[in-house]
Design a protein around this ligand. Structure first.
Ligand SMILES: Cc1cc2nc3c(=O)[nH]c(=O)nc-3n(C[C@H](O)[C@H](O)[C@H](O)COP(=O)(O)OP(=O)(O)OC[C@H]3O[C@@H](n4cnc5c(N)ncnc54)[C@H](O)[C@@H]3O)c2cc1C
Length: 433
């Protein structure tokens, strides 16, 4: 045990997966465990609603509506918070190196752990797309979302808009896992394609409302055979039929995004599409400090079994986007993983029986995407992993759920009560549209 006799759980990263893991460890392991979260920033960034905020409001208030203070939220569960930049992990000596990050120039520090949870997410590798800085746009953080909003409102007067993803370079860390009988963790060509679908639909509505165009002006591209393949073939077929009847253009099998110029986007397969605006989602890449660690796969994602535990270093866990098994990179799957991490650590600490703790990951894609005009699409599917579900609902109820889910998350310190998801399921699938 570290410093005291009380076991120390150290959690790296404090966004969805880090906060969720800290709360799950406290919930299942009880009070006799010290928990520390380290994050370079001291707030949670509610990424999934950024595009809704800019496309549904004439005066988006991103900071006000989509951030949550981390230290005070964690303190409610007696979890310590350190604002620091993690720079290295020594799994043999059970130590993590970090630089305190409140002010630049701080000296490196080390901290010891008994259990480690890696939940640092991924780098969104926009800098790997040539020309992105000059000609690219996105909605994965406030800076870029504001830049896009300004461009659309002030500079855009018509012309093609491309919404698409770069190629995802997935590692080999989840090969052989079988989450459902006969299933697998699939190999994905795009890291997360709910966002491009959502952005396309809600942007079309925004263009329409502002007299600047509509679906005809938008081309959706994917490096994969089929966009959002995690949703399942039936769901995607329905989505594509709906999108093409609205007038969207759709291009698949593009390969990676090669280059952006002022008026074009070029793909690995040689295709060049004219585009005045390019709203893109990049490769989700593991951080450099994770690469070559004995717990990482060939791309730097953390290797775990379906109990989110590293097979070699049994006191090391991962949750969220940085875990090799998290495919696609979806907050909803990370949410399922946090609960598993909490149960496993509680089991090791003899606070939970193996019977209650050993619930393995069966990933489910829950995705609610804004379509504008008070409507949204709701996807509930596990077929990509070998499960039986494939449901799609479109309409006003899913939109209501998307907004309610965020409100519930923010008002309950990120603790979405289990009934929250069940209610969402019942409302969307049984009562909608
Ligand atoms: C535009 C967009 C829309 C999305 N919409 C949805 C959606 O509708 N539904 C859904 O389920 N998912 C959605 N996702 C995916 C979802 O946002 C991610 O799956 C989720 O954020 C992953 O959570 P995480 O905690 O694993 O990683 P992150 O949210 O990336 O958090 C990682 C944390 O680790 C910290 N960190 C990283 N490196 C270090 C370091 N070296 N030192 C200290 N701290 C560090 C970061 O500051 C950050 O707080 C969307 C993603 C995008 C980009």
């Amino acid at each position: 045990m570290s410093h005291t006799n009380t076991p120390h759980v150290l959690i790296l990263g404090g966004n969805f997966a880090g906060l969720g893991s800290a709360q799950a460890v406290r919930k299942y392991a009880g009070k006799d465990v010290n928990i520390t979260v380290i994050d370079r920033k001291n707030y949670l960034l509610y990424v999934p609603n950024i595009s809704t905020e800019i496309f549904e409001s004439d005066h988006p208030e991103l900071e006000k509506n989509l951030t949550m203070d981390l230290p005070s939220t964690l303190a409610k569960d007696n979890v310590n918070f350190i604002q620091g930049e993690v720079t290295g992990i020594d799994v043999n000596r059970q130590r993590v190196k970090f630089n305190p990050a409140e002010r630049p120039g701080a000296e490196p520090q080390t901290i010891e752990y008994d259990f480690l949870v890696v939940s640092v997410g991924c780098e969104l590798a926009y800098e790997d797309i040539e020309g992105f800085a000059e000609y690219g746009d996105t909605v994965s953080d406030f800076y870029h979302a504001k830049k896009l909003f300004k461009k659309l409102t002030e500079d855009y007067h018509g012309g093609n808009i491309v919404v698409g993803s770069a190629l995802f370079k997935q590692g080999d860390g989840a090969i052989g896992l079988q989450p459902y009988p006969g299933g697998s963790i699939p190999s994905a060509k795009a890291a997360c394609e709910g966002p491009p679908v959502e952005v396309s639909l809600s942007l079309a509505n925004w263009l329409n409302q502002h007299g600047k165009g509509g679906p005809d002006d938008i081309t959706i591209t994917t490096p994969a055979e089929m966009i959002a393949e995690d949703a399942g073939e039936d769901v995607v077929t329905q989505l594509l039929e709906a999108a093409s009847s609205m007038g969207f253009k759709y291009v698949n099998n593009t390969g990676d995004i090669k280059r952006l110029t002022e008026h074009t986007i070029e793909y690995e397969n040689g295709q060049v599409i004219n585009a005045e605006i390019k709203i893109l989602f990049p490769n989700w890449k593991a951080y450099d400090f994770l690469k070559n660690l004995p717990i990482a796969d060939n791309e730097g994602f953390i290797v775990t079994d379906l109990y989110m535990r590293n097979p070699t270093y049994r006191n090391v866990f991962a949750a969220g986007d940085c875990a090799a098994v998290t495919v696609p990179k979806l907050g909803a799957i990370g949410h399922q993983e946090c609960d598993i991490v909490g149960r496993q650590i509680a089991k090791d600490l003899h606070q939970l029986s193996a019977e209650k703790a050993d619930v393995s990951l069966q990933p489910v894609v829950f995705c609610i995407g804004d379509m504008g005009d008070g409507k949204a699409f709701y996807i509930h599917s596990n077929s990509w992993f070998g499960g039986p579900e494939q449901k799609l609902v479109m309409g006003h109820v899913p939109h209501f759920l998307k907004m309610q889910y965020k409100r519930m998350f923010m008002n309950n310190d990120g603790k979405v009560p289990p009934w929250g998801l069940d209610v969402a399921e019942v409302l969307a699938e049984k009562i909608a549209v």
